[in-house]
Design a protein around this ligand. Sequence first.
Ligand SMILES: [Fe+2]
Length: 302
Amino acid sequence: MTEQTTPDDITATVLASFGRSPDERLGTVMRSLTAHLHAFVKDVALTEEEWRAAIGVLTATGHITTGKRQEWILWSDALGVSMLVDALANRAPASGAGDGGGPAGAATESTVQGPFYVPGAPRRGYGERIDEMPAGEPLWVHGTIRSLDGRPLPGAELDVWQNGDNELYAVQDPEAPETHLRGRFTAREDGSYGFITVRPTPYPIPHDGPVGRMLSATGRHPWRPAHIHVIVRAPGHRPVTTHVFDRDSEHIDSDAVFAVKPSLLRELVARSADDPERPPGITGAWWSLTSDFVLVPVGPAG
Ligand SMILES: [Fe+2]
């Protein structure tokens, strides 16, 4: 009598089907995907009804995705996969030795880029503002860009983007100029940079689609704590894509995309209109935020 085919037989057959992949890496990835996916289906004893529901969710994800709405990345973000891929690609090196004339510091940690980055932000000068229409309370952001050994990095580029107090990035806001709340700054001879912006506010990730339905069905919220996005680049160094977070922001302990790292938290300091450090270009009460960035050299000289 022929033995019955078991669930494990099915898994073994599918695994074997990838045994001759001409692309070795692809074969490895597909076998691992099969092994974990089959294990998941067995672990939860997936029902036929749940399988049909899952196909419906994937179909809806494809249908809602456009050039401006990327629901697949939202799934990756909301399931922590974006952070995991970033963490594997950017493992932190040891701290610098401090022999470059400046203070030693740990390399700035990376975090997700998110869906709102648009390349080609306008170049702006030291101390200039990035808000091009009313968008919130004035905020002075400044600091120094250094190499891992403490040496300042004149000419390093700081590419910044953020949302305003309407919770929107310029790319989402039909009322905003496309260069609003975006800018590229060049570090001065001593590695310093500075710009005027507005205090960022928490905002929800798009939650009117399949990801939003998953969040509400599982008792999660779509909010991200207030942050400013930056990419820091300098010749001879690995660029870092990261955020600075308002450490006192609502949702700082429950970011919907898991992007908060303790080393990225910064204090926003309340300043009065008559504060002697008030930068030209700000009137009235303001906030300040100090954030240094430390880049890792690439190549054998590092
Ligand atoms: Fe963001």
